[in-house]
Write a protein that binds this ligand. Structure first.
Ligand code: 5GP
Length: 207
């Protein structure tokens, strides 16, 4: 009997303002990817909804989730905590859905360490001038927070080479197609076909 194919997890990171959120929304709409919904201690932005954008938690609630082993990874980013809850991600991949984790770099490095088979994709704007322009245009953060996010982006530059793939977001449609093609090709890695390998190997033992 053919086993249903498991989905794969892919990490997507990028500087704040790199446009990764828009790229991910398109991947969901166009190709049906599942996106993990994170828990965070950050205050909701205008228009953000509980259970859709994030699960908004107090610091105490977040710490309790950490202590109860509820996260695949978690990290502190510019004064707030963010974490990926396990349950949703595992149920999606078991149902054959590919899942995207939109997380920052410390979390990405934890995933790399704990799940070496998961690929890390980094989305960057073509240059930093463009990044500043996008952050200002978004208009959802104060000037102080924008400054902190740019400072963080500058630190994050040093981590880019730890990612498996770098994709330049110089146009939404092209970037979406590139990320999709990349993830589809990841289904063919031997690491993502362990069950197939085991099945074929066990065939040799049949009499
Ligand atoms: P924002 O406050 O702009 O929604 O997110 C700030 C940063 O936190 C972004 O780089 C985003 O990718 C990252 N982030 C969102 N959810 C998670 C998570 O569950 N874990 C980690 N490590 N980072 C996250």
């Amino acid at each position: 009997m053919k086993m249903p194919k498991k989905g794969i997890i892919t990490v997507i990171s990028g500087f704040s303002g790199a446009g990764k959120g828009t790229v991910i929304n398109e991947l969901v709409k166009k190709y049906g990817y599942a996106v993990s919904i994170s828990a965070t201690t950050r205050q909701p932005r205008e228009g953000e909804k509980e259970g859709k954008d994030y699960f908004f938690k107090t610091k105490e609630e977040f710490i309790q989730m950490v202590n109860n082993g509820k996260f695949i990874e978690y990290a502190k980013y510019v004064d707030n905590y963010y974490g990926t809850p396990k349950d949703y991600v595992y149920s999606q991949i078991n149902n054959g859905k590919d899942v995207l984790l939109e997380i920052e770099m410390q979390g990405a490095m934890q995933v790399k360490e704990n799940f070496p088979g998961v690929s890390l994709v980094f989305i960057t704007p073509p240059d930093i001038k463009e990044l500043k322009r996008r952050l200002l245009k978004r208009g959802t953060e104060t000037e102080e927070v924008i400054k902190k996010r740019i400072a963080r982006a500058s630190e994050e530059c040093g981590y880019m080479e730890k990612y498996d793939y770098i994709i330049v977001n110089d146009g939404l449609e092209e970037c979406v197609e590139q990320v999709h093609a990349l993830i589809q090709s990841l289904h063919f890695t031997s690491n993502n076909q362990k069950e197939l390998i085991e099945g074929i190997s066990s065939n040799f033992n049949l009499k």
